[in-house]
Write a new protein. Structure first.
Length: 130
């Protein structure tokens, strides 16, 4: 699949980042199985720990609108280089994106695609609680 449109949406969302502490902007865009898009940015907080990453902002927007089946997430940052999701976001990706694809874009227009399983092998999931 051509993920250029999804990356472009992530780039647009990145401009909304609220980053007075790190000045590191991140944007994310998810594509649902129904073909809908949801976007998110990182939102920082003076307490630092209350910060929400762009990936979780986008995924939680989709889930809170009733869209739990997410096929793909594109992630871009202001570093110019590929930015990999943090551990907390990988756990959230594992919850809502089983068999999904994670697309990282850089400022040269290149992208890398990973499967959820690759970025979080041996994930703890709902199956483990049964
Ligand atoms: O994949 C990532 C990595 C970092 N951040 C945010 C959290 C914080 O606001 C800033 C610096 O860590 O970047 C994200 O949103 N996504
Ligand atoms: Zn994160």
């Amino acid at each position: 699949m051509d993920y250029r449109e999804l990356i472009k949406k992530a780039e647009e969302a990145r401009e909304k980042a609220y980053v007075p502490y790190s000045n590191f902007k991140v944007g994310a865009a998810v594509l649902t199985e129904k073909g809908e898009f949801f976007t998110g940015c990182n939102i920082e907080n003076a307490s630092y720990g209350a910060t929400n990453c762009a990936e979780r902002t986008a995924i939680f927007k989709a889930v809170s609108e009733g869209e739990k089946n997410i096929k793909a997430i594109a992630i871009v940052s202001s570093s110019g280089d590929f930015t990999y999701p943090c551990g907390i976001c990988r756990q959230v990706i594992a919850e809502f994106m089983r068999d999904g694809e994670i697309i990282l874009g850089n400022s040269k227009g290149e992208y890398r695609i990973y499967k959820t399983e690759e970025i979080l092998p041996f994930a703890f999931t709902g199956q483990d609680i049964k």
